[in-house]
Design a protein around this ligand. Structure first.
Ligand code: B12
Ligand code: SF4
Length: 490
């Protein structure tokens, strides 16, 4: 039996002249997870259009396509193509879960929610000739006993971060703009692997660098503590995402994470306005001392990637400048800005729709860089788009990168910040060249070097520091800020 697994890409990612580095960061983990359920002896071919040209001349028996909001139209076109060739086509993922009626005409079977239970069920049905048109994940979700991800299907050399990993699913919170509640509807919304399984998966990964794509790596205290204790001494360097409140919690978890190798954290600050936080159902950020959270991370030598949303109802024309100035004054290493984007299925989407504020439903433009709904009463759509673009220009101006670097109190930390932040926004042509010339994997040791420990809690360079001096790594070849790819949520 021939099975083809496809992660379609949005147009920007396939541009032959210019391919932003963010599309060459992570392999399709979701598809590799599903492939693990295929019966032995079945031939599996996994293609990721973000990093390769799809071969569409083949004749697979079964086609599995993952649909995100911005790749939905491309996914439907591919599905139509393979159905016309006689293949059985399955569509699943976040966008299918939000809008099953839209996806259904393009598929033989659609899948709503996580695939760990419903995909093996489908495989059994399909082999027995009784596959249903719709499978919905509900009660009984678990990651206990899931088979190891088919990493052998991943073309590692095409990614800067082939060692991406997820050890939990979902998140304990319910922010109204987040995909999470819609996707996990009908069953558990936050669950974890066993610590042993997670450590075994880490053990299978070559090299040193890991990127946890979990929505909230510190979300389950007992699990995270076990994970970090187990990772201690493994010599790993890793990045991940967590919420402000979990950073401020004085339970020793962050210290354990730092000892295990946590070097940079994506933090969803979202907005400096309490009114916006309340309206977005983000109480976990309300009344929290953002500055204290950042200081705590810096004290542990963990770089901060702050995530911010513009265009919420309490935002006014000065929100862009104020947010940038604040981030720079706090020494945030990198910032990811988003234009508020209502994903179908979220509470935000329902609100915008009910208020008649959706400007259109062209899903490929729901990329968080385009204004797709009417902003609040104090901003026009033009102000929002211009302010968002300006915020990126300002935050990543050399002057502001230098200013933010100087917030740190050691020269090593200052240099590292400068190289890291500069590397992402100022060296895109170099990244484009490395992708085209297939040299991305040669950059990985540099990435590991730049993520070396800045200093221990006592202010001295950490005992585990293993990177070459700054001049041999980051300063000569600054590395991108991975989190700026707008991937995590927390
Ligand atoms: C890694 C990542 C990326 C990576 C690459 C994706 C990749 N290679 O997999 C990059 C950096 C390219 C990226 C870019 C973007 N991303 Co992104 N990304 C993620 C992230 C952090 C993790 C995805 C992941 O690996 N999850 C873990 C795996 C195990 O889960 P999974 O992929 O969902 O797969 C499971 C199920 O979905 C299901 N499933 C999936 N497909 C199928 C198919 C079948 C047939 C079946 C049975 C089941 C099934 O089964 C799998 C196992 O349970 C998610 C957040 C999240 N927590 O999911 C955001 C997320 C998916 N991204 C999102 C967005 C919006 C974007 C961007 C548009 C943002 C931007 N401004 O840049 C771009 C454009 C991407 C595009 N191509 O269209 C949104 C999607 C919203 C939506 N409703 O679709 C998310 C949810 C984050 C968010 N902000 O809310 N992203
Ligand atoms: S935005 Fe972050 S904290 Fe909120 S529900 Fe989503 S993943 Fe959780």
């Amino acid at each position: 039996m021939k099975v083809k697994l496809i992660l379609p890409a949005l147009t920007e990612a396939t541009n032959p002249y210019w391919r932003p580095i963010k599309y060459s960061l992570f392999p399709p983990l979701g598809l590799a997870t599903l492939a693990a359920y295929l019966p032995e002896g079945w031939e599996a071919d996994m293609q990721d259009e973000h990093v390769e040209t799809l071969n569409l001349d083949d004749e697979p028996d079964l086609v599995i396509i993952q649909v995100y909001i911005t790749n939905a139209y491309r996914a439907y076109a591919l599905a139509d193509h393979y159905r016309a060739r006689g293949a059985y086509v399955c569509l699943g993922g976040l966008h299918v879960t939000s809008l099953p009626e839209e996806a259904a005409p393009h598929a033989d079977s659609i899948f709503l929610g996580p695939g760990e239970e419903i995909f093996p069920e489908f495989l059994r049905d399909w082999q027995a000739g009784r596959a249903r048109p719709r499978y919905v994940s509900a009660a009984g979700r678990t990651l206990v006993g899931v088979p190891p991800i088919r990493r052998d299907l991943i073309k590692r050399e095409r990614y800067l971060v082939p060692n991406s990993i997820v050890v939990t699913r979902g998140c304990p919170h319910h922010c109204d703009f987040c995909y999470k509640d819609a996707f996990f509807q009908g069953g558990k919304g936050f669950y974890t692997q066993t610590v042993d399984d997670a450590l075994a998966e880490i053990d299978r990964l070559p090299g040193r660098h890991l990127y946890f794509l979990d929505d909230h790596l510190l979300g389950h205290t007992r699990f995270a503590a076990g994970l970090f204790e187990g990772m201690r001494g493994m010599g790993r360097l890793f990045q991940g995402a967590a919420t402000v409140d979990s950073i401020l919690r004085d339970n020793g978890l962050l210290e354990k994470a730092a000892q295990a190798g946590l070097r940079s954290l994506f933090v969803g600050f979202e907005t400096l306005s309490p009114v916006n936080l309340k309206a977005s159902n983000k109480p976990q950020n309300l009344g929290r001392d953002y500055a204290a959270a950042i200081q705590r991370l810096h004290d542990l030598g963990i770089m901060v990637n702050g995530s911010f949303v513009f265009g919420l109802d309490d935002d006014r024309p000065d929100v862009f400048r104020r947010t940038v100035d604040w981030g720079v004054s706090q020494g945030i290493t990198t910032a990811t800005f988003h234009i508020a984007t209502p994903y179908p299925g979220t509470a935000l989407f329902q609100r915008m729709e009910a208020q008649g504020r959706l400007l259109h439903r062209r899903w490929n433009e729901y990329d968080t860089r385009t204004v797709v709904c009417q902003p609040g009463p104090h901003l026009t759509a033009r102000q929002l788009k211009d302010g968002y673009d300006q915020a990126y220009r300002d935050f990543y101006s050399w002057t502001n990168i230098a200013k933010a670097s100087l917030v740190h109190d050691t020269l090593r930390h200052q240099l590292k910040h400068f190289a890291y932040a500069g590397g992402w926004k100022k060296f895109e042509p170099l990244w484009n060249f490395m992708i085209k010339s297939r040299h991305l994997d040669t950059m990985r040791p540099l990435l590991e070097a730049i993520l070396s420990k800045v200093r221990g809690k006592d202010g001295k360079p950490g005992a585990e520091a293993l990177a070459p001096p700054m001049g041999e790594s980051g300063m000569l070849m600054p590395l991108p800020v991975l989190q700026s790819a707008t991937v995590n949520n927390a």
